[in-house]
Design a protein. Structure first.
Length: 107
């Protein structure tokens, strides 16, 4: 909950240094799936942030692909979708793909 309220207050997601298909900001189409991958390190309830994301041209990749934002741009893509999982990744939010005004806590 602490991290979620901080993201909403700052209107900023921070990209992680690693993940299933590379470093970035990860999303899921369903709250149930997202909740499974919450890596909370602070005490409190485990929540999910719901928001609108413009994924653009999606490149499908297998877990362990370890792609970068530059790899995506070189291939004319904007985001990754992990094959066989409800896992999508933006390398960053520099182009405003995440509608920060749509972000809210989903219990």
């Amino acid at each position: 909950m602490t991290n979620a309220t901080s993201i909403i207050k700052q209107k900023q997601f921070r990209a992680g240094n690693h993940g299933f298909v590379g470093p970035g900001i990860y999303f899921s189409r369903t709250p149930e799936y997202a909740r499974r991958y919450c890596q909370c390190r602070t005490p409190g309830p485990r929540v999910v942030l719901q928001c609108e994301v413009k994924l653009g041209n999606i490149k499908r990749a297998l877990k362990g692909h370890n792609g970068t934002g530059q790899d995506l741009k070189d291939e004319g893509c904007d985001s990754y979708e992990e094959i066989n999982r409800d896992s999508l990744m933006l390398p960053d939010n520099h182009d405003g793909q995440i509608d920060m005004d749509s972000v809210h806590i989903h219990y």
